[in-house]
Design a protein around this ligand. Sequence first.
Ligand SMILES: Nc1nc2c(ncn2[C@@H]2O[C@H](COP(=O)(O)OP(=O)(O)O)[C@@H](O)[C@H]2O)c(=O)[nH]1
Ligand SMILES: [Mg+2]
Length: 366
Amino acid sequence: MARTPSASLSDVESFLIAVAVGAVFGLILALVMRSRARQRESGAPRPERGRARPIPTRPETEAPPRRPRAATAPAPTRPPVVRGDGLGSRIRALFAGKKATAEEWSRLGELLIRADVGPGAAAQLVERVRGRYEDDSSDPTTLIAEEVATALGGDTALHLKPGELTVIMVVGVNGSGKTTTIGKLAAYLRDRGLKVGLANSDTFRAAAGEQLSVWAERAGAHIVTQTRGADPGAVAFDAVESARARGDDVLIVDTAGRLHTRQPLMAELEKVKRVLEKAAGDVEEVLLVIDGTTGQNGIAQAREFTKAVPLTGIALTKLDGTAKGGIVIAVRDELGVPVKLVGTGETIHDLQPFDPKTFADNLLAG
Ligand SMILES: Nc1nc2c(ncn2[C@@H]2O[C@H](COP(=O)(O)OP(=O)(O)O)[C@@H](O)[C@H]2O)c(=O)[nH]1
Ligand SMILES: [Mg+2]
């Protein structure tokens, strides 16, 4: 019995406590709402909301990742490298309306290096142009074009042996344009009344034989090819025999594209050359095909290839694009190897004998 009043008192107490707690919560809620409303009005950032977002546990696969920074960052730009494009204009701007000081000459050297000319050749060109410029104060661009043409001049003709079989070996890294250049060269020689044979010593890729066969047909040349994996030296040997038997004037030998850094493959190239020398007496030309868009890597390629098979010339390809091929100046300066052919497209007539003046004018154009 004594529990009844105490129980009813407890009910009242509970009721009062519940009302008090409810009032406190209500007050807190009201305060929070007011503070948020104020924040919204003032436009203040609310970093808390960003953090409250669920953290994705899996990479998003459908939507591209959101990169707000990139959207506001400046549009991606290419590194400020001048590959001959607008070289003439830059040089003219450098010298315009002021007396040339050591600063201008040093910056001229930098512009040439950025056009892949190479530090040694650039320094020499600057010295030569500087001497002449101080004498007659003429247009530095014209002077440089003249000096480039002189540096690349001399004997740039393809050597052919009249009345005998001339063997031309073509080497270079993958995709530089060897097979295409061979096709164009075969057509060029055929147009001049020579009988041409082709040897497919690129037995590394199955498609290589087909590609060269297509070019042989277009150019009206004979071809010796073999199945994939055949010994490239054996193909070269057969091709010499065949060319002799047919009375060909020129035999052009295609080789597998290889990284100039891979020693076993370079040794294989040496072997093909030895076989050709043995079968034909000598190899008149070893042409390195350099892709004009390659830039600085071209000098490394030339260095390594000439160690394995001493180069007699360069075929510079892909000059039909924006590339100007300044790298051949470095190659000539360092290794003394002249440019002999220039490729300016993918069709059969897009090959020209190298003309130093045209090349130099193009390098300094724009
Ligand atoms: N624009 C252009 N493309 C070229 C030139 N020479 C070759 N090519 C292209 O370069 C690619 C590789 O040529 P290819 O002869 O197969 O190179 P290889 O691997 O050295 O035999 C092909 O798509 C050719 O059409 C050129 O002078 N100008
Ligand atoms: Mg090829």
